[in-house]
Structure formats: C-alpha cells, structure tokens
Design a protein around this ligand. Structure first.
Ligand code: PRT
Ligand code: MG
Length: 220
C-alpha cells in the first residue's frame, strides 16, 4: 500500500518555478492555481497531491505534518525559526532548488547618509517584515536599531518617515528605484529550498527519496 504524499506550495513565483522541477520528476499538476479555486490540486500521480498555502505558512505545514514536503524561500525559513537546519525535530532541508532567487538587502532614501550614520554610531529605525534576519545582521555590525515590524509595502516606510531604513528582498531593483530608494547593504543571497517533514522522510522514504533524487538530478 502506498500512502498519500502532500506537497505544500505557494501560488505565484514558487509554484511557477517549481513546476519544471516537478516535470523533471515526471510529475504534472493537473490544475492551474491561477484559474482554479481549489486549494488541493491533484497530480498525474495518484498518491501525490499539491496543497496551496500562503508562502509564510509552508514551513508550518511541513513542520507539523500538514504536508510531507514543501518549497519555501530561505527568508521564510529563517523567519520561521526553529531547528530547520539541523538534526532536531521537524524540518529537514535536503536541497537548494536555486529558484525564486533574490537577495536580502538594506535600503534607504537616496538622501539619507547611511554610511555616515553607521560611522557615528547613531540608532537606526528599521522597518521590515524580516525581523530575525534584520536583527542578526545589525547586531553583527554592532549597529543599534529600533525595529518596526511591517507585513508589506516596506518601501513606503522611509518615504513617510516611519523608518530610516528597510530590510527587504530585492530582485531586479525596480521597486526600490521606483520609490527613490537605494540599496546600501546586501545581507544575503536568497533562493527557495525543498523542505521535508522528518517523520515523513522516515515513514515514506520509498516515495520521498525518488522525488528528492529527481529534483537533485534536474538541478545538476
Ligand atoms: O505575498 P505573500 O505575503 O503571500 O507572501 P510572500 O511575499 O512571502 O510570497 P511571494 O510569492 O511574493 O514570495 C515567495 C518567495 O519568493 C519569497 O519568500 C522569496 O524567497 C522569493 N522572492 C524572489 C521574492 C522576490 N524574488 C521578490 N522580488 N519575494 C518577494 N519579492 C518582492 C520584494 O519583497 C519587493 O517588494 O518583490 C519586490 C522587489 O522586486 P524587484 O524585482 O522590484 O527588485
Ligand atoms: Mg509577495
């Protein structure tokens, strides 16, 4: 008997960029998430289904077994916290899928003297959705920050005086440019990762291994 496998994806770039990897593993998703209202999508493999969840919920689904596998950005994984990198309970991270690439950066208004402020040891007001990454980064630089947690449109914060700087994802740089912001630090490169529930990996080895191997082969 083969158990059902559940793969958690988020709509948009992660779904779109995971499709070619699934194809390489012989997996076709049988419905288009942009037109279907379904949250559970069948695939051409009777024992494998895709569930559509909010990007930031993917690690939670996989950690607690709501899904056996998932694809999630390194940013999301770090902010989710926990022992995802290691041997403890929960999430096993076998592969960097090298998709949905971008970088985590610090940006300020073009007229803000970031370097000068940092040199002076001034306190910086930082707005971000990525508070763990931002805190670790500024702590490692020895910069004192007041953190303002936001859930979207970070670019607006320096323009309205809510913050001196933002920490956000940048890919083309067009969003920053359109809002007269400049990138002053690159914190880390970001890509999406395959994550696997550790209990599932043990119990469903025979089904999960071939998927991991096919993904790895498609990436090589
Ligand atoms: O949108 P929602 O709040 O549901 O969740 P989400 O924003 O986490 O999901 P989604 O689908 O937008 O992003 C999923 C993952 O894609 C992220 O976790 C990143 O790992 C990755 N990724 C890759 C990006 C980008 N590139 C990206 N450019 N995520 C977001 N952006 C945003 C960025 O925040 C900024 O607003 O795009 C804007 C900048 O883009 P450029 O091209 O103008 O520089
Ligand atoms: Mg988004």
């Amino acid at each position: 008997m083969t158990a059902t496998l559940t793969l958690a994806l988020s709509k948009g770039r992660i779904f779109d960029e995971t499709l070619p990897l699934l194809r390489a593993a012989g997996i076709e998703v049988l419905e288009d998430p942009e037109t279907s209202r379904k949250l559970i999508l069948p695939t051409n493999q009777a024992q494998l289904r895709v569930v559509l969840v909010r990007a930031s919920d993917v690690p939670t689904y996989v950690q607690y077994g709501g899904a056996d596998l998932g694809v999630t950005g390194l940013d999301t994984l770090i902010e989710h916290g926990g022992d995802w990198a290691g041997s403890g309970t929960g999430l096993y991270q076998p592969l960097d899928l090298k998709i949905a690439k971008c970088r985590m950066s610090v940006a300020v208004r073009a007229d803000f003297d970031y370097v000068g402020k940092v040199k002076q040891g001034a306190r910086l007001k930082v707005a971000t959705k990525y508070t763990t990454i931002a805190r670790d980064f500024f702590a490692s630089k020895g910069v004192h920050v007041d953190m303002v947690k936001l859930y979207g449109s970070m670019e607006l914060a320096p323009l309205t005086g809510l913050a001196d700087a933002i920490v956000d994802l940048v890919s083309t740089g067009n969003t920053l440019k359109a809002n007269h912001l400049v990138e002053v630090e690159r914190i880390m490169d970001i890509s999406s990762r395959l994550v696997v529930n550790q209990a599932s990996l043990k119990m469903k080895q025979a089904q999960i291994r071939p998927i991991i191997d096919a993904f790895a082969k498609a990436l090589a």
